[in-house]
Design a protein. Structure first.
Ligand SMILES: Cc1ncc(COP(=O)(O)O)c(C=O)c1O
Length: 392
């Protein structure tokens, strides 16, 4: 027998993962053993998908929308997305530049694969969504971390971005509102970042999946800055805004030059997003938005509850984030390190949270909590954490 039988490709070692899924698995294991666990680890809205969206999918199923459809997306959804993005980002986007995929995630992976190779540098936020670094490494490109500092409200400093740009920069990944910190990049910083990026030949991947989850201020996209639309992959989706994480549907407006290559990645991998899911997407974008408005208001109330509660815990301090549904408290003054704390809060107090290190190397002293859970559960979680920390 050959010694290499059953061996993996060496590239697999370069592929990262999302720690949230392993913590979720451990929490589920504890629940199976009869433990009560409060879930603040996973990043998904706890609301049901609005009923009119589900009904649109059911109607499409009954109408026989159960076959292959165009890899780039059905024309109705591409058109609805083009109108939504043009309206909300304030820059005209034609439907031919809109692509539909199975969530926002495939756009992260395929954009990086379609544009980056060994020798290229990719600037990405740290802390940041772990899939960015994973996909950069998989492509063999060099990840260049752009720090998001607490003293800068968890947005990047334009000077630090500028220092990281150069002739080898192939792609800059930005994300606002941000996972894991809830940070929002101010419009002025986006304009300055755009100017700096325009001096290079880099693409920009602007991950805007939390664009609607923003509290008390207008959302700004770098794609709307002069000259940026032609080099920006503007990414959004249905998962967070419409509580549709399990439907697996996302969309992007991409530069003309990327429409065909990205579509080819879809043809090579998933073929298409199920058409009945895409009809649900049309209903989401064109139907009533009251459920979204109500969700955002509830998230804002939960954010205040969690931030106040965390700031009352011994050794914990927490900024009030301006977007998404995450808080990123600093736990440097607790007697144990953040990683040990995350583990023990789960095992000993039954509250599932993540250590900031799940999102990058810059953030040894933080936890990430998702407040996509009921106010009752959030209050219980805070009480448990308080009792745990006071007992240390
Ligand atoms: C910043 C960010 N981008 C992309 C995604 C992926 O979203 P989707 O469910 O649309 O693939 C997530 C999910 O957590 C996220 O936090």
């Amino acid at each position: 027998m050959l010694e290499t039988h059953g061996s993996l490709a060496s590239g697999v070692a370069r592929l990262g993962t999302e720690t949230a899924f392993s913590v979720l698995a451990r929490a589920k294991e504890m629940e199976a053993q009869g433990r009560d666990v409060i879930h603040l680890e996973i990043g998904e809205p706890d609301f049901d998908t609005p009923a009119h969206i589900t009904e649109a999918a059911v109607a499409a199923l009954h109408a026989g929308e159960t076959h292959y459809c165009p890899a780039a997306g059905i024309p109705e959804l591409r058109e609805a997305v083009a109108q939504e993005l043009s309206r909300t980002r304030g820059v005209p986007i034609p439907a031919q530049r809109v692509l539909i995929a199975n969530g926002a995630k495939p756009f992260l992976f395929f954009t990086i694969l379609a544009t980056c190779e060994p020798g290229d540098e990719v600037v990405y936020p740290d802390p940041g969504f772990p899939i960015y670094e994973s996909a950069i490494r998989w492509a063999g490109a060099t990840p260049v971390a752009l720090p998001l500092r607490e003293e800068h409200d968890f947005s990047f400093a334009v000077d630090e971005l500028r220092e990281r740009l150069g002739p080898r920069t192939k792609l800059v990944i930005l994300n606002s509102p941000q996972n894991p910190t809830g940070g929002v990049t101010p419009a002025g910083d986006l304009a300055a970042a755009a100017q700096a990026i325009l001096e290079t030949s880099a693409w920009v991947l602007s991950d805007e999946v939390y664009a609607r989850l923003i509290y008390g201020e207008a959302f700004a996209s770098i794609a709307a800055e002069p000259g940026m639309l032609d080099r920006t992959i503007l990414l959004d989706g249905f998962s967070k805004t419409y509580a549709m994480t399990g439907w697996r549907c996302g969309y992007a407006a991409v530069p003309d030059a990327l429409v065909e290559p990205l579509t080819r990645f879809f043809v090579n991998s998933t073929s298409c997003v199920p058409p009945f899911v895409q009809y649900a997407g049309v209903a989401a974008l064109t139907g009533p938005q009251d459920d979204v408005t109500a969700m955002v208001a509830e998230f804002a109330a939960r954010r205040d509850l969690v931030v106040d509660g965390l700031n009352a815990l011994p050794g914990v301090s927490c900024l009030s984030p301006r977007g998404a549904f995450y808080v990123f408290p600093n736990v440097a003054d607790t007697p144990v390190g953040a990683e040990e704390l995350a583990e023990r809060v789960l095992e000993e107090a039954g509250v599932a949270v993540l250590a900031g290190t799940a999102f990058g190397a810059q953030v040894a002293d933080h936890l990430r909590l998702s407040y996509a859970n009921s106010q009752t559960n959030l209050t219980r979680a805070l009480e448990r954490m308080d009792a745990f920390l006071r007992g240390l």
